[in-house]
Design a binder for this molecule. Structure first.
Ligand SMILES: Nc1ncnc2c1ncn2[C@@H]1O[C@H](COP(=O)(O)OP(=O)(O)OP(=O)(O)O)[C@@H](O)[C@H]1O
Ligand SMILES: [Mg+2]
Length: 274
């Protein structure tokens, strides 16, 4: 059910991983010139089509790690390989979905979803755009602007835009963080349905342990800063997952324990303070 932390042990299986994080370290400098050690010795292997969730205490370095994996910032040390090629910068084959949302407010739903498809012929582009708009349940809103949509609908536009670009990997940094509880539940279900159809490789950062257990094939648990991989939990339960099942509850406790949170006392241990 769960594996020991793989954080300090890079796999030798270099050919298999869709995304391989190899011995990544990251240190920032504070304005006073002091070192802020954020990531140390992070190793993660993600298989093709796998849904990985990354959880960890607030401020431990999740966004930093995702930015490094996505090529938006350089690590102090180590490397990231996507399909066995070293990542040197962002790439349209890898799409990011941010918590704040990044749909273009001046473009309609249709234009947002078609944004990355300028290389396609017009009729093909229109067909692709319509297909993904329908898939995320936004038919009828093609001509709407983001300001005319709810938060959940805007995140659907993001997901449609990401899928329409047919990326190899989708990175999601707390994409549902700004949504209310019920919309979040619905978005999880929708995301899983879409992921099952497309089997894209997904790296999904979340604060919510239940969200991670509901979505992931494997949950990667980061320690407090400087973060390393503390635990990797393979969630080998059929979806949709029953949050009352013994296996589910046991996984939840293991993850909370690794992060240093006690459900009984509500206390965050010293070790978990980000
Ligand atoms: N550009 C930067 N310069 C200096 N320090 C930074 C920079 N970006 C992040 N940090 C620091 O690195 C640490 C990790 O930040 P990061 O945003 O990666 O954490 P996180 O796990 O995503 O947090 P949260 O759970 O709040 O989203 C924090 O202490 C933050 O202050
Ligand atoms: Mg973050």
């Amino acid at each position: 059910m769960s594996e020991p932390a793989q954080g300090n042990a890079p796999s030798n299986d270099l050919g298999q991983a869709a995304v391989a994080v190899r011995d990544v370290w990251m240190t920032y400098s504070s304005p006073e010139g002091a070192d802020i050690r954020v990531l140390e010795q992070v190793n993660i292997d993600v298989q093709q089509g796998e849904f990985i969730c990354i959880v960890g205490p607030s401020g431990c370095g999740k966004t930093t790690l995702l930015n490094i994996i996505g090529g938006f910032q350089a690590a102090t040390r180590g490397e990231v390989l996507v399909s066995c090629k070293q990542v040197h910068g962002p790439d349209p084959r890898r799409i990011f979905i941010f918590q704040e949302g990044s749909v273009f407010p001046w473009l309609t739903v249709r234009e947002n979803v078609g944004f990355g498809l300028s290389n396609q012929a017009r009729t093909e582009r229109e067909r692709t755009v319509q297909h993904y708009i329908e898939m995320v349940g936004l038919s009828g809103f093609e001509a709407a602007y983001p300001r005319e949509l709810s938060g959940g609908m805007r995140q659907r536009v993001e997901i449609a835009r990401a899928l329409a670009a047919d990326p190899e990997v989708i990175y999601m940094d707390e994409p549902f963080g700004a949504l209310d509880f019920f919309t979040r539940l619905k978005m999880r279900t929708d995301l899983l349905r879409i992921w099952k159809q497309h089997r894209k490789t997904v790296l999904f950062v979340t604060h919510e342990i239940d969200e991670a257990i509901q979505l992931a094939d494997r949950v990667v648990v980061l320690s407090r800063r400087p973060a390393t991989v503390q635990l990797v939990v393979a969630v080998d339960l059929p979806r949709p997952r029953d949050p009352d099942s013994a296996e589910y509850l046991q996984m939840r406790l293991r993850i909370l324990d690794a992060i240093g949170v006690s459900l009984r006392t509500g206390l965050v241990s010293e070790d978990a303070a980000g």
